[in-house]
Design a protein around this ligand. Structure first.
Ligand SMILES: Cc1ncc(COP(=O)(O)O)c(C=O)c1O
Length: 450
């Protein structure tokens, strides 16, 4: 493992894992004891040796319609043959227009303008830049501050880690964007532990935004960005009334509100978007993941009419001006668009979002049935999301949940862990009996680890 690359041993079979520098992975630990997935269909993965693994995480919160959907595979394959790539800078092709229209019809209210990206991180960067461009176009270019939230996850771009609030993702990467600040997170275990659905306490934490406005002055703040449900940090469900309060305060001060719906978008809460579920209307929504069912990298940012129109129709713009100097080579990539259109067809045809709404009570009861099991100190849920928080081993945070991940995988169940929190987010096609299996398997895993 330690041989330099030029050494013959570097190409030996035992060393074939060295070249792939794995993301968000304990590389040395993983490569000593790899966990590989080779095939997937429906609710299951299979390992290279043929072991069947029940997917309780929809891959990485993205395979909402389940694995191996032939409609998407066919659409992608047709598209590569018909038009593999076409630029969208000063050129166009039909698919992103068609997809943007479909999405504009799905997003709530007047979130009618869609900017395509390739990932959640890029969607976040795009939304932050749209906020700056919007304020500048209306003559308030001094609004350059962003407010994120402690424990927030907004991807790994410099914008995203600056407004994000997970210390491990920030501490070695310098100061980030200047002028960012953070709301407190909403995790109040002393008052809200084992809440079913939205916790009762904590709406007043949104008022901290007034304090930050008092500190920085509203005239310097461009946008507030939050995940409606903070998922990657271990599933923090917003307290009742919290998001409404954030919306009222941002509106009062002319600050844009961005909902980062990279996970909550496309049905995870039983509605197309969390904005629909909570009935709170943000000014921008970021998405990715479920947009293509995880098959082809793609993200999308939806902007309300006034944001788009202010930037595009700014008085200073001559007709030949490129109104927003932003975009990616692959914005609106034909193959990604084909995958997204086929994905949206599946969601609509199979009524998958409504399916989640129908399963929510059953899911909630199942997840909370783990209360009282070994190590469990809190359980949280919303839509088809669940989290089981374990007591940390003294001085060894994260090791207990990691052992649960390893044991679950050995037993045939894929879960996700962050710190000592187990997060569950099965594909939206999960059957009630499979929910019971997930919970049974997890219960025995908890019994079996120290
Ligand atoms: C809320 C949120 N924003 C942004 C991202 C980043 O997305 P990506 O990994 O596609 O860049 C994630 C990824 O999990 C996310 O959950």
């Amino acid at each position: 493992m330690n041989a330099p690359a030029s050494h013959p041993a570097a190409t030996a079979a035992s060393n074939t894992m060295d070249a792939f520098w794995m993301p968000f992975t304990a590389n040395r630990q993983f490569k000593a004891h790899p966990r590989l997935l080779a095939r997937a269909e429906g609710m299951y993965y299979w390992t290279p040796e043929g072991r069947k693994i029940l997917d309780a995480t929809a891959g990485l919160w993205c395979v909402n319609a389940g694995h191996g959907r032939s409609e998407i595979a066919d659409a992608v394959s047709r598209q590569v043959r018909e038009l593999d790539f076409a630029p969208t800078f000063q050129m166009g092709h039909p698919l992103p227009f068609e997809l943007a229209n479909r999405l504009a019809g799905m997003f709530p209210g007047d979130l009618n303008h869609i900017f395509f990206t390739n990932s959640g991180s890029e969607s976040v960067d795009t939304a932050l830049k749209l906020s700056l461009a919007y304020h500048r176009a209306r003559g308030e270019g001094q609004r350059i501050r962003f407010i994120g939230r402690e424990r927030g996850y907004h991807g790994v771009g410099f914008g995203g880690i600056s407004v994000g609030g997970i210390v491990g993702n920030r501490k070695v990467f310098g100061p980030g964007l200047p002028g960012t600040d953070h709301l407190p997170h909403t995790h109040l275990p002393a008052k809200n532990a084992f809440s079913q659905g939205m916790p009762q306490h904590g709406a007043e934490l949104a008022d901290e935004l007034e304090r930050l406005v008092g500190l920085h002055d509203a005239s310097t703040i461009a946008a507030v960005i939050v995940e409606p449900v903070a998922c990657s940090t271990g599933v923090l469900v917003p307290p009742q009334g919290y998001l409404e309060r954030l919306r009222a305060i941002t509106e009062r001060h002319g600050i844009l509100l961005i909902f980062d719906e990279v996970i909550t978008g496309f049905g995870r809460l039983g509605q197309p978007f969390a904005a629909d579920y909570f009935k709170v209307m943000p000014d921008l929504i970021t998405t990715a993941k479920g947009l293509t069912n995880g098959t082809v990298p793609m993200g999308a940012v939806a902007a309300r009419d006034f944001v788009h129109d202010t930037i595009v129709n700014a008085a200073a713009n001559p007709a030949n001006a490129i109104e927003l100097a932003h975009g990616y080579t692959y914005s609106g990539h034909p193959v990604a668009c084909a995958a997204a259109l086929a994905t949206l067809d599946i969601y609509a045809r199979e009524g998958l979002f409504a399916r989640v709404a129908g399963l929510e009570q059953r899911w909630q009861a199942a997840v909370h049935s783990l209360r009282g099991r070994r190590h469990v100190v809190d359980i949280r849920n919303l839509g088809l999301i669940g989290a089981i928080e374990l007591e940390s081993r003294p001085g060894k945070p994260g090791t207990r949940a990691y052992d649960a991940l390893v044991q679950a995988f050995e037993n045939g169940l894929l879960i996700r862990v962050t710190g000592d929190i187990i997060a569950l987010s099965p594909p939206l096609i999960v059957e009630p009996a499979q929910i019971d299996t997930i919970i049974d398997m997890l219960g025995s895993v908890l019994d079996s680890i120290d």
